[in-house]
Design a protein around this ligand. Structure first.
Ligand code: SAH
Length: 474
């Protein structure tokens, strides 16, 4: 190792920063964040530092650097744009054994500053030993996605219960196993989901209960987004990688499924019109059964679980059976597909409202509030509407929209197989039939559709069509 990684307590200690620009301001912020008492030495200050000085958060010495500025300092940082001054700061500091950092100049540093993932009290620091700060930042960004934002709260909870756990488990091996279970199980998930009181209660219970009580399972109802794996949330991805069983349906693309834990069991409960692989009640019961076996169950759905996803019904059963669960929102088809098709759902000039409806046909008709849907200055997004498209367009015209109202239908939006067909209420049914679209498709009706030709930015790779087909049964 080129450097000794340490965490340095500077609370209430004098820290000296030489330089008053934006780079200095970033270092000052870091020092302040760690509780340091900061003095800035510089002939002039950038706006941020000036604000800090005016508020009395930092002490400002309006001078050029001289050695006595480092009297008292426990740490020195040089961030001027004059290399000779930086070098001088470094020499003086080293002569007085004061740790010194010269920004972007490892040669003059006695310590370097890492890229930091701050989940206080948990801190992850990344350094390339000065070789490439950009690389360190990129690595940091990747780690950011892996460490949940509330990781710090988990550490604080552990700190509070540390004594109690020590009392209860005298052996350090037992304690380690106990904590590993806590940090990787439902208690940690409760913290990440913001259920702090519940987590405390569960932890109390876990300490007093005997070690051989069966593990408590749980269900994560996760929105997998519209198909493109880049559109998953951090939380979805994290849960996908820790669940023991994945229960998914046919809107989940292979590319999304691919990101679930390799050795997890995968259960397909796909739904298609009139061809349900499993009835909804059976799915609800399956989730309860798996959780009662102690498994971490990921119920993975397309889009958002609470938008035409029956997510509510599934968690009602879980709740009735006292199975812990959490819901992770996903990008719903309307939002993802419209973005990738280049159709803004609202627009100051064209649409001040947006309505999502299901176009599912029942006995050849659709049970919708047509007068509400035919209002001007709004966008109507229709899920599950391909089969009913002719009925839909006809009804909207009958209820007052002009036949020339722009309308679009988008196949497999956000994926490389995306296709967008645009027309009007009058022409779209015909155009859609000619295009032989494959499910899933989303219909968008309203003046905003006229912007599509200008705003389409996503150019799916036509060559790969089919490689990205949605899951089997489609
Ligand atoms: N919960 C999902 C919707 C489930 S209903 C969500 O929030 O998106 C299923 C319907 O969603 C499909 O019939 C289709 O209308 C729409 N849909 C989902 N993904 C889509 C995609 N990638 N492209 C086009 N339509 C999509």
């Amino acid at each position: 190792m080129e450097f000794l990684p340490i965490f340095f307590d500077i609370k209430g200690q004098p820290c000296c920063v030489i330089g008053g620009g934006d780079v200095a301001a970033r270092k000052v912020a870091m020092l302040l964040h760690s509780g340091g008492k900061v003095t800035v030495v510089a002939p002039q200050l950038c706006a941020t530092l000036k604000g800090d000085a005016d508020k009395g958060i930092i002490t400002y010495v309006q001078e050029t650097f001289s050695p006595e500025h480092l009297n008292q300092a426990v740490i020195a940082i040089a961030a001027t744009n004059d290399r000779a001054v930086n070098k001088r700061v470094s020499e003086v500091a080293k002569a007085h054994h004061i740790p010194v950092n010269v920004v972007d100049d490892p040669e003059f540093c006695s310590f370097i500053m890492p890229s930091v993932i701050d989940r206080s009290p948990v801190i992850v620091a990344v350094s390339t030993g000065g070789a490439s700060p950009v690389l360190a930042r990129l690595l940091r960004a990747r780690l950011e996605t892996l460490v949940p934002a509330s990781y710090g709260r988990l550490a604080s909870l552990a700190e509070k219960f540390r004594g109690k756990v020590k009392q209860h488990f005298s052996e350090s091996g037992q304690r380690r196993i106990f904590w590993e279970k806590v940090f990787q199980g439902p208690i940690a998930e409760m913290i990440f989901a913001g259920q702090e009181e519940q987590a405390k209660g569960a932890l109390e219970k876990a300490i007093t209960e005997s070690a051989d009580t069966p593990p408590q399972g749980e269900v994560y109802l996760v929105g997998g987004g519209p198909g493109n794996p880049d559109l998953l949330t951090f939380r979805a991805l994290r849960l996908m990688q820790q669940a023991d069983v994945i229960v998914y349906d046919n809107l989940v693309t292979p590319q999304v499924l691919e990101l679930t834990r390799r050795d997890a069991d995968r259960i397909f409960v796909g739904k298609q019109r009139a061809n349900h692989a499993m009835r909804q009640e059976e799915i609800n019961e399956l989730l309860v059964k798996l959780a009662k076996e102690g498994k971490r169950v990921l119920r993975l759905k397309g889009g958002d679980p609470f938008i035409f996803g029956r997510g509510g019904e599934e968690i009602e059963t879980l709740s009735a059976n006292q199975v812990p669960f959490q819901v992770v929102p996903g990008i719903t088809a309307a939002s993802g597909v419209a973005s990738y098709a280049g159709i803004p759902l609202t627009h100051r000039d064209y649409a001040q409202a947006c309505v999502f409806v299901t176009g599912h046909l029942k006995d050849g008709t659709m049970d919708l509030d047509w007068d509400m849907l035919a209002r001007p200055n709004q966008t109507v997004v229709i899920y599950m509407g391909l089969l009913g498209l002719p009925v839909l367009c006809q009804q909207l015209i009958t209820h007052g929209l002009t036949p020339s109202t722009p309308a679009a239908i988008v196949q497999q939006g956000t994926t490389p197989s995306q296709r967008v067909v645009t027309g009007t209420l009058e022409s779209l049914p015909r155009l859609a039939t000619d295009a032989r679209l494959k499910p899933p498709t989303l219909i968008i009706v309203g003046k905003v559709v006229s912007l599509q030709s200008k705003l389409a930015w996503f150019k799916p790779d036509q060559g790969s069509e089919g490689n990205f087909a949605l899951t089997r049964n489609n």
